[in-house]
Design a protein around this ligand. Structure first.
Ligand code: MN
Length: 206
């Protein structure tokens, strides 16, 4: 498995978080209260001094009601002129992506991330390839009402926490669930588990 050691995304991430927060008119206090991430940690992330795990980023984006990819996708943001957007949304330009080229390990956490297709405003979803290294476990905060997740297991074994029970998936199996409740992912095995995750946000604009 290839893990790209891309340029450190912290600087982009920090500046982007700060700019989105300012646009929303949210103070650090309000953001800390809404996300459950401390004001000190938010400040460190905004200054590029802290390398947050995906779990922390998910807390922030869920609390701020923005897509995870709005903090992870500098290319998407920078190349987002009107022509690109029109081409994307009308499907004129096929977009090829290789997870091997973009997979990385934020904060040396046990979850690897490849953002295959950043949040698309017209479609309302984003698509990831996620890798759970052995013994990774995470329980996720509920997203806002109406958010749906689709987990499609490619290889390895994993379990998804749904309605208080861990449900086992084997390769080729998939599950769709309402993500406006506590949910989670874990890998109890000795091999990495790789899955695609499609998150649909019916009411989001970024
Ligand atoms: Mn989730």
């Amino acid at each position: 498995m290839t893990i790209t050691q891309a340029t450190n995304p912290n600087e982009f991430l920090g500046a982007t978080l700060k700019s989105i927060r300012n646009k929303q008119g949210w103070s650090l206090d309000k953001t800390a209260a809404a996300t459950g991430v401390s004001k000190a940690m938010l400040g460190q992330i905004e200054r590029g001094e802290s390398s947050p795990t995906i779990a922390i980023l998910w807390k922030i984006t869920t609390g701020m009601k923005i897509s995870l990819s709005s903090l992870l996708a500098p290319d998407h943001q920078q190349h987002h002129n009107k022509e690109d957007l029109a081409n994307q949304t009308t499907g004129n330009l096929p977009i090829f992506r290789s997870a091997d080229e973009i997979r990385y390990q934020p904060a040396q956490d046990d979850m690897l991330v490849a953002l295959l297709f950043p949040f698309d405003e017209a479609l309302g979803f984003e698509i990831y390839e996620l890798t759970l290294l052995p013994h990774y476990q995470r329980e996720s905060e509920p997203h806002e009402a109406g958010v749906t997740e689709h987990v499609l297991l490619i290889h390895g074994n994993m379990e998804v926490l749904l309605n208080g029970d861990w449900k086992k998936l084997t390769p080729g199996e998939s599950v769709k669930f309402n993500a406006d409740q506590v949910h989670g992912y874990r890998n109890l095995h000795h091999q990495p588990a790789v899955f695609h995750l499609v998150i649909h946000y019916p009411n989001r604009h970024k």
